[in-house]
Design a protein around this ligand. Structure first.
Ligand code: MG
Length: 481
């Protein structure tokens, strides 16, 4: 038998004895005690666009607290959510997998939906809980409102939040107000008189309808309590804010009556609450072993105008596979471990967070559980990413494209083709963009580069075929129950 490294054994012996003498002298000890395991906080806003932070170039919205996290941490400018709508995007973040791999790719869940994320799926919370972390989900879940699919079935010790979107009404999504967004904003009481979204504590409804004006602040209150209670032990806080998904509401002291400022007002309120949370981390002395990741579940809902955000300079927004639908703002903060005031264009995604957090927590992921993410912790210090490709699915789960390096290929079938002129014959539209030269996806280069189109088309099909063949089931409500 041959030992490929045997020629280096002399070096290994020397290194070993050097290390041993250092350890015996008490100079060097590996940091493996539970007390040094890092905490993780993921703040996941809803429908916040690529441009909707001061540190991502917003000309109007002021976000000093999130900008401070960026100044003390790292901005990710090429970071993708795995779908352009809520439920698939959330399933992907927590499982490190494309939504289709975990069966959660078919658009969003509604109050009458009878399925959800399977408890057998291995989530970030499952992984950290297996290491003794305290785990809490505070905010919008949207991966199933049945007991078998709620956060406590998926690795969280506790849950406080709304089970689906704040424009969905319990129990059948009927009776929605016909008022325009500006009118709802003008009368903030409408959150109690026009909507019926429930608030859950674990598996029970504790408020119906939820008072949406105070929801961002109450999530933060709970988050502060959770962090404070667990300051002596490692914790994972998943904080998917319900806002700025429409309808928009804020507390009285944060309210700006001018409806033109509705969205801006909501983001600035989120920013203040993020500041309160980050200050708690700092004041409790946890900054040197806590990571905060701030990002959004998908792009802005442009059709709502002043009630939706901006993906400038990207094309389109929520519900599409153009960059504006899935490239989201992202800030990673970890003083002493993530270099301050830096920015990277490293090609990364929410599906990379599970393996990254696993690597930072020091315990490998279990074998045999196929996922699609990579450990991107090397991108804290360099622009090169382990990710070189990413596939795009439409909001209802149809394969639509791939990014490979700087090239991005999209094909939009007639059903999902909203850009078609009235009366025009439905055709599949194809696009090839070079994101390095054309971030705004304005120059379709399909005709110029047929070989690249053919290569990307074949590759995205190959990836999708593997995912389809190995896709895992969702939880389904048994018939008749
Ligand atoms: Mg969303």
């Amino acid at each position: 038998m041959r030992f490929p490294h045997s020629r280096r054994s002399g070096f290994h012996h020397t290194a070993f004895y050097c290390l041993l003498s250092l350890v015996l002298a008490g100079v060097w000890l590996p940091r493996v005690t539970a007390a040094t395991q890092p905490n993780f906080i993921i703040i996941f806003t809803d429908d916040q666009g690529y441009n909707d932070l001061g540190c991502f170039g917003s000309p109007r919205i002021r976000t000093p607290n999130i900008d401070r996290l960026a100044a003390e941490g790292r901005r990710y400018t090429s970071f993708y959510s795995a779908c352009s709508v809520c439920s698939p995007s959330r399933a992907a973040l927590l499982t490190g997998s494309y939504p289709k791999r975990v069966g959660m790719h078919r658009h969003v869940l509604f109050p009458q939906s009878n399925y959800g994320l399977h408890a057998d799926e291995y989530t970030i919370a499952d992984h950290l809980k297996s290491q003794g972390y305290a785990t809490a989900c505070i905010g919008k879940w949207h991966l199933g409102h049945h007991r078998e699919t709620l956060p406590r079935a998926n690795g969280f010790d506790s849950y406080f939040g709304i089970p689906y979107s704040n424009d969905m009404n319990h129990p059948d999504n009927k009776g929605k107000p016909r008022m325009a967004s500006d009118a709802l904003w003008a009368d903030q009481e409408t959150c109690l008189t026009k909507w019926k979204t429930p608030l859950f504590q674990n598996e029970e409804i504790v408020e119906l309808p939820v008072d949406q004006r105070t929801i961002t602040r109450r999530y933060t209150d709970r988050a502060v309590d959770f962090i404070t209670a667990n300051k002596e032990q490692p914790f994972f806080l998943y904080l998917p804010h319900s806002m700025p998904h429409i309808p928009l509401y804020v507390p009285e002291d944060a309210y700006d009556a001018d409806a033109k400022n509705a969205y801006k007002c909501v983001i600035e309120h989120i920013d203040a609450e993020v500041g309160r949370l980050a200050d708690t981390v700092r004041e409790l002395g946890l900054a040197d072993h806590t990571y905060i990741i701030y990002t959004s579940d998908n792009g802005p809902w442009l059709q709502f105008k002043n009630h939706g955000g901006s993906a400038d300079p990207l094309r389109a927004g929520k519900g599409t596979t153009f960059e504006g639908g899935q490239r989201v703002p992202c800030v990673m903060w970890g003083p002493g471990r993530i270099p301050a005031g830096t920015s990277t264009n490293a090609f990364t995604s929410t599906i990379d967070l599970l393996p990254t957090i696993a690597a930072l927590s020091g315990k490998p992921l279990p074998e045999g559980n196929t996922i699609d993410g990579f450990d991107i912790s090397p991108t804290f210090h360099e622009d090169r990413s382990p990710r070189n490709e990413f596939v795009f699915y439409s909001a209802n789960g149809v394969l639509e494209g791939i990014r490979s390096g700087d090239w991005k290929y999209l094909e939009k079938r007639p059903r999902g083709n909203r850009n078609r002129a009235k009366g025009a014959k439905p055709v599949t539209q194809t696009f090839l963009f070079h994101l390095g030269e054309d971030l705004a996806e304005q120059q379709n280069r399909c005709e110029e580069h047929p070989q690249i189109v053919a290569r990307l088309k074949a590759r995205m099909q190959e990836i999708d075929d593997e995912i389809t063949a190995n896709a895992r089931p969702v939880w389904r409500k048994p018939a008749g129950s």
